[in-house]
Design a protein around this ligand. Structure first.
Ligand code: GLY
Ligand code: MN
Ligand code: MN
Length: 438
């Protein structure tokens, strides 16, 4: 755990400060999911739950009850169980949760139906993220019904159910110094994986072999899971934005696009690099690559406090569209190609997204219907691209089937920004030199 127990406690305090009096928050952990037969998917804790606890076990529920004199944080978790622990490993149990996670009170999850209605009695507002966990949705309904059955005996049922996400999303959007440090490390580990892939790439290799090299590199740094499925697209596969088959051969003369990031203590890295399989860019590849790179750098120059979120995207559209006109891939004027959306044949996604515990992290992009200004502590990706479809007959054949994206992770600072993923080369001469010397 790279975030201190004090910080997890501070986050719970901060959240409770935002809750109205007479309220309770219910935040569930993730559950194990079956993959097939007796095999489960690797466990990944729920981001909200981990953000507030640092507790990495499934089947737990955190309650926050501001002002409760017997303790404001209550956790229900799996009980200790000798046999289960022989098979599946250590469980903290309620005692461990209190002793090691700074939680005021804890019980086994088996007790939740018995104890929860009493905790809800007299509470007027429940903060809960409805629709994320069907089982828990049903359980919450069940608890509410239990209280309602007792209103004639004086029980008072909650009258308001409020989505908790807005409060937590806003907190998670601004990264603390400790989070920035973890994300700096996640960026560096992700960068090292990309460098390894560049160094071993040769014509004739399979896409999955580059993926394997990257995942090995992440795992050797303690990141056993990537933050999302790794994309390794050679040639025209780079034009499929979420290509994850990764089962084709890498051909001499093609580019390969790799979009990969590690997950470190529940924080994501997210890097894309595109480079020539044989180590040397062709003239067309060079021209389009330089345009994407110039665009990305122009966007990163805007990544500073006060810039509106959409200004970065608008910049990417302008620079890319002008470049495509200059190269002859678009034929209209800048205004016509932007207003008419002609550029979307080549650039069909947004310039980036918030990054944090989730690769597409939480946080609103607009506030009161206006694009949000960037603020210190926000982390975003900047990832423009050009994808020329193999069947685009409006452009000369020499351009067709080329897909390029360049993506870095950028922390907004007081002065401007810090690129968290700067270690992996992106200049044409740097990439060629690194591949030549490998
Ligand atoms: N890897 C997902 C993305 O770049 O948004
Ligand atoms: Mn990416
Ligand atoms: Mn991304």
């Amino acid at each position: 755990m790279k975030i201190s127990l004090e910080q997890f406690a501070q986050r719970r305090e901060q959240l409770m400060d935002k809750m109205l009096p007479g309220s309770i928050a219910i935040i569930p952990a993730a559950q194990m999911k079956q993959r097939n037969s007796d095999v489960e998917y690797p466990f990944r804790q729920d981001s909200h739950f981990y953000y507030l606890t640092g507790f990495n076990e499934p089947d737990a529920v955190l309650l926050l009850i501001p002002g409760r004199t017997a303790g404001e944080s209550v956790m229900f978790c799996r009980g200790r169980d000798k046999l289960m622990e022989i098979w599946n490993g250590y469980r903290a149990g309620p005692e461990g949760v209190v002793a090691d996670y700074n939680i005021a009170e804890a019980h086994t999850v088996d007790e939740i139906d018995t104890l929860l209605p009493a905790l809800l009695d007299g509470i007027s507002r429940i903060y809960y993220s409805i629709g994320r966990d069907e089982d828990l949705d049903q359980q919450v309904r069940h608890w509410l019904n239990l209280i309602r059955q007792n209103v004639r005996k004086g029980a008072v049922a909650p009258s308001e159910l409020v989505m908790i996400d807005q409060l937590l999303n806003e907190m998670r959007l601004i990264k603390t110094d400790a989070e920035q440090a973890v994300m700096r490390e996640a960026g560096e580990i992700s960068a090292q994986g990309h460098i390894k892939a560049m160094q071993i790439c040769k014509p004739g290799m399979m896409e999955y072999q580059l993926e394997a090299e990257i995942l090995h590199s992440f795992a050797m740094q303690g990141c056993r899971q990537p933050a999302y499925s790794t994309i390794v697209g050679g040639g025209i596969n780079a034009c499929v934005l979420h290509y994850i088959e990764n089962d084709q051969v890498l051909n001499d003369g093609d580019l390969v696009l790799i979009d990969a990031g590690c997950e470190l203590d529940c924080y994501a890295g997210d890097i894309t690099r595109t480079f020539p399989v044989n180590g040397c860019f062709s003239a067309e590849q060079k021209a389009l690559y330089q345009l994407v790179l110039d665009t990305q750098k122009a966007c990163i120059d805007l990544a500073k406090p006060g810039t509106l979120w959409d200004e970065v995207h608008e910049k990417s559209v302008q620079v890319l569209t002008q470049g495509l006109i200059d190269l002859g891939l678009l034929k209209g004027s800048l205004e016509d190609e932007i207003d008419g959306g002609g550029y979307r044949d080549f650039y069909m996604h947004r310039v980036g997204h918030w990054l944090g515990m989730d690769v597409h992290d939480v946080g609103d992009y607009k506030v009161d219907d206006r694009w949000r200004p960037l603020q210190p502590g926000m982390v975003m990706t900047v990832e423009p691209g050009i994808y020329v479809a193999a069947d685009n007959e409006k452009v000369e054949p020499r351009w067709r089937g080329i897909g390029i994206r360049i993506e870095d992770d950028v922390l907004i600072t007081e002065q401007g920004c810090e690129i968290l993923t700067a270690s992996v080369p992106k200049e044409i001469d740097e990439i060629e030199a690194m591949m030549a010397s490998a």
